[in-house]
Write a protein that binds this ligand. Structure first.
Ligand SMILES: NC(=O)c1ccc[n+]([C@@H]2O[C@H](COP(=O)([O-])OP(=O)(O)OC[C@H]3O[C@@H](n4cnc5c(N)ncnc54)[C@H](O)[C@@H]3O)[C@@H](O)[C@H]2O)c1
Length: 249
């Protein structure tokens, strides 16, 4: 590792598992001090102990809890360099069968959580005159799938929100980008027999991503290597949304 995040103060939401955990681990390996924030206290504390992070239990869908997370981090470390708004949830159902509860949960966590986190971090970063925000969207935002209407909608909204924020905050020294992962084998993938083989097969690159491959994209956006990148949606999906396969292939 090359100390690309040396002494940076980083918050990662949804870091009890999957991409959030991989991001937190990579940030620490690159020299950062990381606060992981998640609704799952037991898993979050276990991960924090294992990787050397601090843990705060937060429901990102509750604005006061997100504000307190950011305020507590700044009180503890004196500043906030990077905010990764990554927590997300999914329910896969045909649109006509989507319940009000599932709709509310996805909109509140996937879109609301990113908005609350961007707003809270943005306030601090504007005051500081520097900072980077990386929001997790999905390749389902730019290329939606059947059975994921609301999920895809929230992810497209995350990209639009982040681009608008990037334009607003660029003159204040704050960069805002999104990462749009393709399929990763995480807690979000249902535990169904044969699913791994099926998901591997439908990726042009031949296998579903490991969270660490996605975290590398987050690191690029968050680090100084990406210091001229803002308002960008970095799609990391093994070619899944690049176009159609040739007929018969
Ligand atoms: N896995 C995929 O194929 C895939 C593809 C594209 C995008 N994504 C996105 O990547 C992000 C990370 O997902 P993942 O694949 O690592 O899934 P995951 O289920 O492994 O991790 C999601 C984490 O978010 C936490 N969380 C859920 N609701 C929360 C809340 N209200 N407040 C705080 N934390 C909450 C969970 O406890 C969990 O630790 C999500 O935004 C997801 O939409 C995932």
């Amino acid at each position: 590792m090359t100390n690309r995040m040396q002494d940076k103060i980083v918050i990662v939401t949804g870091a009890s598992s999957g991409l959030g955990r991989a991001t937190a681990e990579l940030m620490i390996a690159e020299g950062a001090r990381v606060v992981i924030a998640d609704i799952n206290q037991a898993a979050g504390e276990a991960v924090a102990n294992t990787i050397g992070a601090e843990f705060v239990r937060v429901d990102v869908g509750i604005p006061g809890e997100v504000d307190a997370l950011v305020a507590g981090t700044v009180a503890r470390f004196g500043r906030l360099d990077v905010m990764c708004n990554n927590a997300g949830v999914i329910a896969t159902t045909p649109v006509v069968e989507t319940t009000d509860e599932d709709y509310d949960r996805m909109v509140t966590v996937n879109f609301g959580g990113v908005f609350y986190g961007t707003r809270a971090a943005g306030r601090v970063m504007v005051e500081q005159g520097f900072g980077v925000i990386v929001n997790t969207a999905s390749n389902g935002g730019c290329s939606p799938s059947a059975g994921m209407a609301v999920y895809s909608g929230t992810k497209a909204a995350v990209v639009a929100l982040s681009k608008a924020c990037a334009i607003e905050l660029a003159p204040k020294g704050v960069r805002v980008n999104t990462i749009s992962p393709g399929t990763m084998l995480t807690g979000m993938v249902p535990d169904v027999e044969g699913i791994v083989e099926m998901l591997d097969k439908i990726q042009p690159i031949g296998y579903a991503a490991k969270p660490s491959q996605m975290a590398a994209g987050v690191l690029f956006l968050a680090s100084d290597e990406g210091n001229y990148v803002t308002g960008h949606d970095l799609v990391v999906d093994g070619g899944a949304t690049a176009g159609r396969s040739a007929v018969g292939v």
